[in-house]
Design a binder for this molecule. Structure first.
Ligand SMILES: Cc1cc2nc3c(=O)[nH]c(=O)nc-3n(C[C@H](O)[C@H](O)[C@H](O)COP(=O)(O)OP(=O)(O)OC[C@H]3O[C@@H](n4cnc5c(N)ncnc54)[C@H](O)[C@@H]3O)c2cc1C
Length: 387
């Protein structure tokens, strides 16, 4: 599925058009009928996640040798967009599982760790979560309090991680914490299995949007983590996390594309159907401009997202471009969903129409995996260091 690896093109190649079609069909058949029910009940869609595993979405970019689908990042963008167009909260489950947990594991594990953990995650037999955020450290990960203390052939891990996506359903966590060595605080990443004694799920969050995704606090109390579960060396965890977040941001941008495209399609449909003053809404220039702006900005967001994916697919630096894409697309998801409600009038405010949910789901995208302010900081740092 990786044909456009060597050319940057927002238009899909033939294989990608087929992929898009098949994911679209999956989302229409397997997700759409349940969207409202899952959202109302804040119910994690375990059956759908299992089906996504069977379809190869959960291990999309993992090589086939580890039971993944061997797709490109651009292909993953297509999967994320199509799933999120129908239910962004399922896109978020995929973003945390694949874009954070699996991506961290695959990028920084040794061969033994890969063989042990990746196939079950890539096929969806197990669900993954990624634990960076803490009660007192969000944007500033350097302030984290979780500690792992070396004790012979294992570490003892203590700490609390907040807002962890998939936490209640995940079996495998990548946890970033501090190992203190000769007075130096070194961020270090570990693979922690939920079955280890001392791992517990504390508070499950009740959220504005993304309600079918699970968000919970995870507590680690004197958890014995074998030394062979350390990812890389002591002190590698901070750099690893920044790299993982760079890649994850392409996924969040793709998730945003799904919301924007969903808003555009719903708005066009509604504007043609609804009549006021003896005309369809689509005949009012005010509506036409909103739709034209939304579509123009969507194309720009696609360009930024596929550009970042193209750079990553080709082994080129992509951090700045991933932040461009995440910042632009997530902010646009918020404004486009607001405009889409405006086009729908009062009907946009009620749950029978999809734009109400897009509006609630979109806001998370300007917060998770680095807020919009942090994206601007990242971009500015690249620019100021480059010149
Ligand atoms: C639904 C959901 C799912 C999540 N999933 C995960 C997950 O799976 N794993 C995980 O580890 N985390 C997860 N998070 C946490 C998320 O990544 C953090 O919420 C985010 O990084 C912001 O941290 P914070 O909430 O502590 O806000 P803070 O860092 O306290 O920021 C508060 C405000 O201050 C601003 N601010 C902070 N520092 C600066 C600065 N230097 N300059 C300018 N403005 C600044 C921020 O932009 C923001 O507007 C999730 C969060 C939510 C809500």
């Amino acid at each position: 599925m990786s044909e456009n690896k060597n050319q940057f093109n927002v238009s899909l190649n033939e294989e990608q058009s087929i992929l898009q079609q098949s994911v679209r069909q999956f989302a229409e058949n397997e997700i759409k009928p349940f969207v409202l029910e899952l959202d109302e009940a804040q119910k994690f869609p375990i059956d759908i996640v299992e089906k996504m595993g069977n379809a190869g979405f959960l291990g999309a970019t993992i090589p086939e040798q580890y039971d993944g689908s061997g797709m490109s990042i651009s292909d993953f963008v297509i999967i994320m967009k199509e799933i999120s167009k129908i239910d962004a909260s399922i896109g978020l489950i995929l973003a945390a599982h694949h874009g954070l947990c699996l991506s961290h594991l695959f990028s920084f594990s040794n061969e033994e760790q890969k063989k042990k953990y990746i196939p079950e995650l890539a096929t969806g037999k197990k669900i993954g979560a990624w634990c960076l955020t803490e009660p007192f450290s969000g944007s500033d990960a350097s302030g984290m309090k979780s500690r792992a203390v070396r004790n012979g052939d294992h570490y003892i891990l203590n700490g609390t991680k907040n807002f962890i996506t998939n936490a209640s359903y995940a079996s495998t966590f990548v946890v970033i914490c501090i190992v203190e060595n000769e007075g130096k605080k070194q961020h270090t990443a570990f693979i922690v299995e939920k079955s280890y004694e001392g791992v517990s799920i504390a508070k499950k969050e009740n959220k504005l949007g993304m309600r079918a995704s699970d968000t919970a606090q995870v507590v680690f109390s004197d958890v014995k983590v074998p030394i062979e579960n350390r990812l890389g060396e002591e002190g590698d965890g901070f750099k690893q996390s920044l790299k993982v977040l760079d890649g994850g941001r392409i996924g969040i941008a793709a998730l945003s594309l799904g919301i924007i495209e969903g808003c555009l399609e719903a708005s066009i449909k509604y504007a043609k159907e609804r009549n006021q003053f003896g005309k369809s809404l689509s005949e009012f220039q005010a509506t036409q401009w909103k739709i034209a702006d939304m579509s123009t900005q969507l194309e720009a967001a696609k360009f930024l997202t596929f550009q970042a994916a193209y750079l990553k697919d080709n082994g080129k630096p992509f951090g700045k471009e991933a932040s461009y894409a995440k910042l632009f697309a997530s902010e646009l998801a918020c404004s486009a969903s607001s405009e889409a409600i405006q086009i729908h009038g009062g009907y946009g405010y009620i749950k029978e129409f999809p734009v109400e949910k897009f509006y609630r789901d979109a806001k998370l995208l300007t917060i998770g995996e680095g807020t919009s302010e942090i994206q601007r900081l990242v971009i500015a740092r690249y620019l100021l260091n480059e010149i």
